[in-house]
Design a protein. Structure first.
Length: 132
């Protein structure tokens, strides 16, 4: 089978949204994002690991499956952008770590790599994804 993948999904600008639209509104968007991610990764596991960050474990399918989940996440999140304010635009920064076939890779190592990818995307302001 294809290698498993771990995605780190970060909702950008949640602090600005909380400050401009209120904490309840920000929490509502985070909850909606969790539901969207669950739908996009129906064959995987979705865990909220921080206020603005989720981890998605995709057990198989490799890079192509991860890319399709990433694309679905972006498509599904587009309607949420209208629920933010002009001063607090939201976006997604997504990092992905693929486990090499036949090689053991600790979950913590994959999570670190995926988070580094998401952080690199965020720093570039790309609101997209990066495989590491």
């Amino acid at each position: 089978g294809a290698e498993p993948c771990l995605l780190s999904v970060r909702l950008d600008n949640i602090d600005n949204l909380s400050a401009t639209a209120g904490r309840a509104r920000a929490e509502e968007l985070v909850t909606m994002l969790g539901l969207i991610l669950r739908r996009a990764a129906a064959d995987g596991l979705v865990v909220q690991v921080a206020q603005d960050e989720f981890s998605l474990w995709l057990p198989g399918g490799g890079r192509s499956h991860a890319r399709s989940v990433i694309d679905a996440c972006h498509r599904m999140v587009d309607p949420l952008r209208g629920k933010a304010t002009a001063r607090a635009r939201i976006g997604l920064s997504i990092g992905a770590a693929l486990a090499e076939p036949g090689r053991f890779m600790a979950f913590e190592s994959m999570q670190k790599e995926a988070r580094q990818g998401a952080e690199a995307v965020y720093q570039k302001g790309g609101h997209s994804h990066m495989f590491v």
